[in-house]
Write a new protein. Structure first.
Length: 81
């Protein structure tokens, strides 16, 4: 059985919402393996005067847990403590 985990993060860009999303996925993929899905939860922007100066995209990133990682799982006998 595959187990999925979700994290929420906010991407920031001074170019576009799409750029904020793409850069966030690129950044997250440097420390998270097995990214499988992204859901855009919200988009907003910072404005100054009549111009958008920063784009924000709130994301839910999904990834599969890597069960082959060594040393990260607690032995079953320690789970009851």
């Amino acid at each position: 059985m595959n187990c999925k985990k979700h994290i929420k993060l906010t991407g920031v860009s001074n170019i576009s919402w799409k750029d904020a999303i793409v850069r966030s996925i690129q950044d997250a993929s440097q420390t998270l393996n097995n990214l499988t899905c992204v859901q855009v939860l919200d988009q907003r922007a910072k404005i100054q005067g009549d111009k958008i100066v920063e784009y924000y995209a709130d994301l839910d990133l999904e990834f599969e847990i890597d069960k082959t990682m060594q040393g990260l799982e607690l032995p079953a006998e320690n789970l009851d403590e």
